[in-house]
Design a protein around this ligand. Structure first.
Ligand SMILES: [Cu+2]
Length: 106
């Protein structure tokens, strides 16, 4: 009986872990172009804090922390970087397809 409980707990954990790492963008949700400036990168929590421009219909301009769709992306980001990403209706926590934008020309 104890073994069965351990197995159930293990399955529960793996379901929770897989839910934490989004595999792909939410299907069928409208996408928005995201633009912002990186304020902070936290490798521990795998979050990036971004000051984003207003995205009509998705979020107003603010500074907040986001998850990214791929862990490897975090190592390419540093404070001050301008980034672009794709975000989706109903998902206000995850940045997909993050790219560092080339510095603005003057
Ligand atoms: Cu926000």
């Amino acid at each position: 009986m104890r073994k069965l409980l351990a197995l159930v707990a293990a399955i529960g954990m793996s379901v929770m872990l897989s839910a934490q790492a989004p595999a792909g963008p939410p299907a069928g949700k409208p996408a928005h172009a995201f633009k912002g400036k990186v304020e902070k990168v936290d490798p521990k929590t795998k979050m990036v804090t971004v000051n984003n421009e207003s995205i009509p219909g998705w979020m107003m301009s603010m500074t907040m922390s986001y998850k990214v769709d791929k862990d490897g992306v975090l190592t390419t980001l540093k404070p001050g970087d301008q980034i672009t990403a794709t975000v989706y209706d109903g998902d206000f926590q995850t940045l997909y397809n993050v790219k560092v934008a080339p510095p603005a020309k003057k």
